[in-house]
Design a protein around this ligand. Structure first.
Ligand SMILES: C[S@@+](CC[C@H](N)C(=O)[O-])C[C@H]1O[C@@H](n2cnc3c(N)ncnc32)[C@H](O)[C@@H]1O
Length: 277
């Protein structure tokens, strides 16, 4: 089995958790199907495994409306995101800290939750055996995918999906990381859902499973010049957390082993899963 076939075998239906089949993991176009008749299109080699609520129809609650707003904004902002000079410089500082919090080995299967335009994806892909990259912005996924050289692209599968309804099997990833994403998930319930799913997909701590996550930090000097909760241009929701808040929220879904505020703007928090869920 190739690594892409292995990654493909880890995908499930976001609505029912049923197995998916019908696409080879390589062809640009295709369809993933469940035995009970659900189907999910694949375009440009990227399956659309969004839950029904984000695929169309009325946006009848805050979570769906905010998520659709961010999906549109992220799709529209891929170029400007990649041109942010401050973010490029920050990456040089952030990546070594992230790799310390989430050490990667060549035997690992990894999940990157909210890969965006792939700012950190290549770093991860170079170090692990296989990588599943999830984001709900199709344009971001297309850009991230196009950035990978062929040799790395073979061991990475990109899927369009919602982290609060993560369509991946339980306890299969050695490493789960999500960076700069959690603060954009618009309600406490949706954030708890995303953490629950990220932890669910991770192997148990005694099997070596580890998670790391970064999210906006609330506290001086940020709190002197910004709001704790609001919207970025284009309609992207955000909320900033104190370390105690983030530790408590992550602590409900995995055992926190460390956290740093060295990134000032972001918390970086890491740990392992110690109970099935
Ligand atoms: C600030 S960007 C960070 C991207 C990348 N991790 C990085 O550090 O450059 C946030 C990303 O999270 C994605 N995102 C936000 N909420 C999501 C959700 N519920 N499910 C999947 N992706 C989500 C957005 O589409 C966007 O690409």
């Amino acid at each position: 089995m190739t690594i892409r076939e292995e990654l493909l075998s880890l995908l499930i239906c976001p609505e029912t958790g049923a197995a998916l089949s019908g696409w080879d993991g390589v062809s640009a176009q295709g369809t993933l199907k469940t035995d009970d008749g659900r189907s999910y299109p694949v375009t440009d080699g990227i399956p659309n495994l969004l839950p029904d609520a984000l695929r169309g129809g009325p946006a009848d609650d805050t979570e769906v409306a905010e998520k659709r707003s961010e999906m549109e904004a992220r799709d529209a902002q891929v170029k400007s995101y990649d041109q942010m000079l401050g973010l490029k410089l920050f990456t040089y500082y952030e990546v070594p800290l992230t790799l310390k919090a989430l050490p990667l080995e060549s035997s690992h299967l990894m999940l990157e939750g909210g890969c965006g335009t792939g700012r950190m994806t290549r770093t991860f892909a170079e170090r692990v055996r296989g990588l599943l990259c999830v984001d709900f912005s199709r344009e971001s996924l297309r850009v991230a995918k196009a950035k990978l050289p062929t040799a790395l692209a073979e061991k990475v599968l990109f899927i369009q999906a919602d982290l609060s309804r993560l369509p991946a099997r339980s306890e299969v990833f050695d490493r789960v990381g999500s960076f700069g994403v959690y603060e954009h998930i618009p309600t406490p319930e949706a954030r708890a859902g995303a953490l629950k799913h990220l932890a669910r997909a991770c192997k148990m701590g005694e099997q070596g499973g580890r998670l790391a996550l970064s999210a906006y930090r609330w506290g001086p000097p940020i709190s002197w010049m910004s709001q704790q909760e609001g919207h970025h241009p284009g309609g992207i929701y955000f909320i900033r957390f104190t370390q105690a808040e983030l530790k408590a929220q992550c602590g409900s879904h995995f055992t926190v082993q460390g956290a740093t505020e060295a990134l000032l703007y972001y918390h970086l928090i890491w740990g392992q899963k110690q109970h099935h869920g």
